[in-house]
Write a protein that binds this ligand. Structure first.
Ligand code: ZN
Length: 265
């Protein structure tokens, strides 16, 4: 069994073939966790829940309302974190995590004061969601881009558990996050960014497989990514870590089941 721990099969890119794809995945012994990014998409993930398909609910840092305009964006922004909305949703059947939550400093508003305000708001809402995860006893799925120092500082003050999705940090970040007990989601970004040293530093016992589909398609795979591309990610991890495909699949599947309590939900 292979578990894609971070997918967005609820996104419009799958509107034409979603049900067929999910059926094919289940027949091929795949399991999938669909990850929410705002109220609407979190609810959509919950509505896709069935045997082998799970959901995570949360507010993505780039969906927090700010005066920052990002080109091509389609998702709805939220001015505040609606704690009770997400709490209610997190109690639904098949919800296995709070996420994706975190910090993203890649896009910055112009001007020091606006930048500081933007970062402050991201941190506050991230901490709210860490508190929710503790309250409802679910792991977190963390999105972090260009913000590892602040991320690690916040995580070290809280005692959540969870995974850093689409991990792009350094070997030193790996070491600090391992000390805090976190898992690391590896996806097709490893074909775009040289993460060899970080991947070597992550023990297989702390690694998860994911695609972040429809994004981050590996080269030579279809343009719109889907969970079957995990096969190519396994090959690449196998090359970097000199580990067998079988061992990678076995360990990462065990890790996902353990972190997200998949056999219990
Ligand atoms: Zn994602």
């Amino acid at each position: 069994m292979i578990i894609d721990t971070h997918a967005h099969l609820n996104f419009f890119e799958f509107d034409n073939d979603r049900e067929g794809l999910i059926k094919k995945l289940i027949e091929s012994n795949y399991q999938v966790i669909n990850i929410g990014t705002n109220k609407e998409s979190s609810r959509e993930c919950v509505s896709l829940v069935r045997d082998s398909v799970y959901a995570s609910v949360g507010l993505h840092p780039l969906n927090i309302e700010s005066n920052l305009k990002i080109k091509g964006e389609v998702e709805k922004k939220e001015d505040n974190f609606d704690y009770s909305y997400y709490k209610n949703l997190s109690q639904e059947k098949g919800v296995v995590a709070i996420g994706e939550v975190g910090l993203d400093y890649w896009y910055k508003p112009k001007g020091k004061a606006r930048r500081e305000e933007y970062i402050k708001k991201q941190k506050e809402i991230f901490e709210n969601q860490l508190d929710l995860a503790k309250e409802v006893n679910l792991p977190i799925v963390v999105h972090c881009r260009s913000a590892f120092d602040d991320l690690i500082e916040i995580l070290s003050q809280k005692n959540n558990r969870g995974a850093i999705h689409c991990f792009t940090g350094t070997k030193e970040d790996v070491e600090r996050l391992l000390e805090l007990g976190y898992y690391f989601g590896i996806n097709g970004i490893i074909f775009k960014v040289d993460l060899n040293e970080s991947i070597k530093a992550i023990p297989l016992e702390k690694m998860l497989l994911e695609t972040d589909c429809p994004y981050l398609s590996p080269p030579n795979f279809e343009e719109r990514n889907n969970p079957f591309s995990i096969d190519l990610i396994i090959d690449e991890i196998s090359r970097i870590k000199s580990a067998s495909r079988e061992e990678i699949i076995e360990k990462t599947t065990q890790n996902a089941k353990k972190l997200f309590y998949l056999s219990l939900s």
